[in-house]
Write a protein that binds this ligand. Structure first.
Ligand SMILES: NC(=O)c1ccc[n+]([C@@H]2O[C@H](COP(=O)([O-])OP(=O)(O)OC[C@H]3O[C@@H](n4cnc5c(N)ncnc54)[C@H](OP(=O)(O)O)[C@@H]3O)[C@@H](O)[C@H]2O)c1
Length: 324
């Protein structure tokens, strides 16, 4: 099979397209013929040795896939050859085939394409876990989403609306904000030209937002804290701008704010049942058309490095997907 391999740590342009033997499923595993693989920020960090997980070299990046099962290992009863599934594989997704524990696969509704499904699980599960489990977002509350046209950001916009919140979307270009508007955002803030805190104050009659979803980090985080209402919650999602912010505790004290950490992958490991239930709900809403993920670009497998470069250069809107 063809695969994209990381043979040395470094920027995405050092990734290699290689020919490897097909992987064989072990007991309890299925092999998925990959129809599409989602491109995620951690994929871009992991090949540069900048992620918390550092696999031994060489390895195939690509954390999530959608496709068709083409072989099953011993002892697998609940999955069949020919069945379409999505799977969170962690590594191995930028390839034609990957083996994965059968329990990590979720059947794919026929109405959902591989391209849409491949980029769905990580972003929507992260945002749903953040908004509902961690921030306890309620209908009628105001949610401010930073980096709102990115992968997790656009998912947060849609899921915030589904939860009944009023969603303020903040992003760096008008093109990105148009995507947020299409995803249902109630108000748009271009933070390249407008001060976020002032804009939120105006949009909330001086009250502030109840919840801020922050996948960007750096200086944006203090702005986010200062944009919160009394007893507001700051969701710490990630640091796409590369800088881990320090949070001034006096800001928490003054308005009884909460800073709330979010780590979907670890939640999924600790509570597989709760996670499976949540992903089942998300898949149902996806099949029903209540969620409409934006896939802005599909790259051939050989161009996986370019997909990662576009993500790192802030060029992505919604999801990017690699298709073998
Ligand atoms: N906690 C968790 O469980 C979890 C799960 C998944 C992802 N994450 C993290 O969430 C973050 C976003 O992931 P994603 O997949 O949504 O990425 P993404 O699609 O690239 O979105 C990130 C957004 O951040 C903004 N940004 C600001 N400065 C940036 C910079 N210097 N480089 C890149 N983007 C910048 C960009 O929007 P503007 O141009 O509009 O500013 C971009 O749209 C990452 O840090 C990722 O590791 C965390």
């Amino acid at each position: 099979m063809k695969a994209i391999q990381c043979v040395q740590w470094g920027p995405p342009d050092q990734l290699r397209l290689v020919e490897l033997a097909d992987p064989q499923p072990k007991a309890g595993e299925v092999r998925v013929r990959i129809g599409a693989a989602g491109v995620n920020f951690p994929d871009a960090l992991i090949v540069q040795k900048k992620y918390q997980v550092q696999p031994p070299l060489p390895f195939i990046p690509g954390a999530e896939v959608a496709g068709q099962i083409d072989a099953v290992g011993a002892g697998v009863d609940e999955r069949k050859v020919g069945q379409r599934v999505v799977a969170f594989v962690g590594l191995g997704g930028f390839a034609e085939k990957v083996c994965v524990d059968a329990r990590q696969t979720v059947p794919l509704p026929s109405a959902v394409s591989d391209e849409v499904a491949a980029g769905f699980t990580l972003t929507y599960a992260t945002s749903q876990h953040a908004l509902v489990d961690r921030a306890q977002l309620k209908a009628g509350e105001t949610l401010l989403v930073l980096g709102a046209a990115g992968g997790v950001g656009l998912a947060a916009v849609e899921l915030g609306k589904l939860a009944g919140a009023r969603v303020l979307a903040a992003a760096s270009t008008d093109e990105k904000l148009a995507a947020c508007h299409a995803a249902g955002a109630d108000a748009l803030i271009n933070y390249s030209s407008v001060e976020v805190r002032d804009a939120v104050r105006t949009l909330t009659d001086g009250r502030g937002a109840d919840v801020v979803y922050d996948p960007v980090g750096g200086a944006y985080t203090e702005t986010a804290l200062r944009s919160l209402a009394w007893r507001g919650r700051l969701l710490v999602i990630g640091f796409a701008n590369g800088e881990i912010p320090k949070i001034a505790a006096n800001l928490l004290l003054l308005k009884e704010l909460s800073a709330v950490g979010v780590f979907w992958g670890e939640f999924a490991r600790r509570d597989p049942t709760g996670n499976a239930k949540m992903i089942g709900d998300l898949m149902t809403w996806l099949a029903q058309g209540r969620l409409r993920p934006t896939v802005s670009k599909v790259y051939p497998l050989a161009d996986a490095a370019r997909a990662l470069e576009d993500l790192l250069a802030r060029r992505a809107i919604g999801k990017l997907v690699v298709r073998p």
